[in-house]
Design a protein around this ligand. Structure first.
Ligand code: SAH
Ligand code: SF4
Length: 390
C-alpha cells in the first residue's frame, strides 16, 4: 500500500472567470443540433454542412475557447457566432495535483453547484474520471457521495466540458489521432449515477467518440452503474461503451443494504442484463467492482459465491480497498484478506486487480468526491477567519 505520510498538495485556486453568459452554449450539441442552430441564425443553407464541420473541428480538435480563433471562418460569420453563442466550459474553482501526479479539479457549473473530475496519469496513458450528476439520489451506505442530496443532472455540455478542461490543462489539443494521449481513457465513476442521466451521458459520450473530434474509441470509455437494470441495455445499444457494475455483495440480503437499488433490481436480474450486454466477449469484458469492507463482504465464501454468480460472463473483478470517511461505520478489509479474496477469484479464471489508491493526499479516491472538498474548503474558510481574528 502507499505510504500515508502527510504532504502538502499543490493547490491552486483560480479566480472566478466567467460572467453569467446568457447566450446558449455551442459545446454539447450533437452535430445535427449544431447544424440546426446554425440554420436558425441565418447561415446560408449551402454552407451549413461545411460550417458545422469547421466549427466542430475548432471545438473538439483544436480546443478553441473563443470564436475569434476560428480563422478559416469569415469575419462576418464569426461575428454572427459571437452574437448568438458562447463557448462555455465549467469554471475551474481549484485544481489540486497529488504527489503521484493525480489531478483533481473542482468545477463550478451553472447555478453555482460544484462537481469534481479526477485525472489519473499512468505510463503512456491516463484516465479521466468524470461526474454525471451533482450529488446522487442513490444511498449506497459506504459511499460519501450517497450522503449528499442530488441537486441536478449534468447537461451534455457539462459532461463534455470536464473532458475539455482536462485536455486544456494537459495541453492536449491539436494532436494527431496516432499520437500518445494523456487523456486516453474516460471512466464515468465520479459523482452520480450515470444511468439516472442516460440521455445526457449518451449525448456527451457520442461527442467524445466522434471520429472527427475528440475521437476516443468506445472501448476506452467505461460507464459504472450501481445496477439500473432497465438502462443497461440502452447503454450497450446507444453508447456501446464498456460496462462496469458496482457489485459489492454476493447475496441479495447484503446487497440490499450496501447498494439499495438492489431492492428494486435483484442480483439475478442484474446479472441477466449483464449476460445480454451487447458485444460481450473475452476482449470486451464487464468489470465487476467490488469494494472490500471488513467482515461485511470479504470472506472466502463471498469470493466463491462471486465466481459462481458471474460464471459464464466474460468479466474481470476490480477489487477496491474501501476508502474510509468519517462516520461511515465501515472499515477497509486487511490487505492480506483482500489478497486472499483476489486469489480465489483469480484461480477461478478471472483477472482480479486490486485498485491502487491514487491521489490519496488530495482525497481524489472513489466515493470521496465533493464531500471531502467541502471539508477542505470549509477548513480553508475557518483558517481565513482565524487569520482575520489575529
Ligand atoms: N454511481 C456509479 C458511479 C460512481 S461510483 C456507481 O455506483 O457505479 C464509482 C465507484 O466507486 C463505484 O463502484 C462505487 O461503488 C465506488 N465507491 C463509492 N464509495 C466508495 C468508497 N468509500 N470506497 C471505495 N469505493 C467506493
Ligand atoms: Fe451513487 Fe454510485 Fe455512490 Fe451509490 S456508489 S451512492 S450509485 S455515486
Amino acid at each position: 500500500m502507499t505510504s500515508k505520510t502527510p504532504i502538502t498538495p499543490d493547490v491552486i485556486t483560480i479566480p472566478r472567470q466567467l460572467d453569467d453568459n446568457i447566450l446558449p452554449n455551442i459545446i454539447g450539441l450533437q452535430r445535427k443540433a449544431l447544424a440546426n442552430a446554425l440554420n436558425e441564425i441565418g447561415t446560408p443553407a449551402k454552407q451549413i454542412k461545411m460550417r458545422t464541420a469547421q466549427i466542430w473541428q475548432w471545438l473538439y480538435v483544436k480546443g478553441a475557447q473563443n470564436f475569434e480563433e476560428m480563422t478559416n471562418l469569415s469575419k462576418d460569420f464569426r461575428n454572427l457566432l459571437v452574437q448568438n453563442f458562447a463557448i462555455t466550459r465549467p469554471e475551474i474553482v481549484t485544481r489540486q495535483i497529488s504527489k503521484d501526479g493525480t489531478r483533481k479539479y473542482l468545477l463550478r457549473v451553472t447555478g453555482g453547484h460544484e462537481v469534481e473530475a479526477v485525472y489519473i496519469p499512468e505510463k503512456d496513458r491516463g484516465t479521466l474520471c468524470i461526474s454525471s450528476q451533482i450529488g446522487c439520489t442513490l444511498t449506497c451506505t459506504f459511499c460519501h457521495t450517497g450522503t449528499q442530496k442530488l441537486v441536478r443532472n449534468l447537461t451534455p455540455a457539462e459532461i463534455v466540458g470536464q473532458i475539455l478542461i482536462a485536455r486544456d490543462d494537459l495541453d492536449e489539443w491539436g494532436k494527431d489521432a496516432g499520437q500518445k494521449r494523456n487523456v486516453s481513457n474516460i471512466v464515468l465513476m465520479g459523482m452520480g449515477e450515470p444511468l439516472y442521466n442516460t440521455d445526457n451521458v449518451r449525448d456527451a459520450m457520442l461527442i467524445a467518440m466522434d471520429n472527427e473530434g475528440i475521437a476516443l474509441s468506445r472501448r476506452r470509455i467505461t460507464l459504472s452503474t450501481s445496477g439500473v437494470v432497465p438502462e443497461i441495455i440502452r447503454t450497450g445499444s446507444e453508447i456501446g461503451c464498456m460496462l462496469a457494475i458496482s457489485f459489492h455483495a454476493t447475496t441479495d440480503e447484503v446487497r440490499d443494504v450496501l447498494v439499495p437499488i438492489n431492492r428494486k433490481h435483484k442480483i439475478a436480474e442484474l446479472l441477466e442484463a449483464c449476460r445480454n450486454y451487447p458485444k460481450l466477449s473475452n476482449s470486451e469484458r464487464i468489470t465487476f467492482e467490488y469494494v472490500m469492507l471488513k467482515n461485511i463482504n470479504d470472506s472466502d465464501e463471498d469470493a466463491r459465491r462471486l465466481v459462481d454468480l458471474i460464471s459464464g460472463i466474460p468479466a474481470k473483478i476490480n477489487l477496491i480497498p474501501f476508502n474510509p470517511w468519517p462516520g461511515s461505520g465501515y472499515e477497509r478489509s486487511d490487505w492480506n484478506r483482500i489478497e486472499a479474496f483476489g486469489d480465489i477469484v483469480n484461480k477461478a479464471g478471472y483477472a482480479s486487480p486490486i485498485r491502487r489508491p491514487r491521489g490519496e493526499d488530495i482525497m481524489a479516491a472513489c466515493g470521496q468526491l465533493k464531500s471531502e472538498t467541502q471539508r477542505v474548503r470549509k477548513s480553508a474558510k475557518q483558517m481565513a477567519e482565524e487569520i482575520k481574528g489575529q
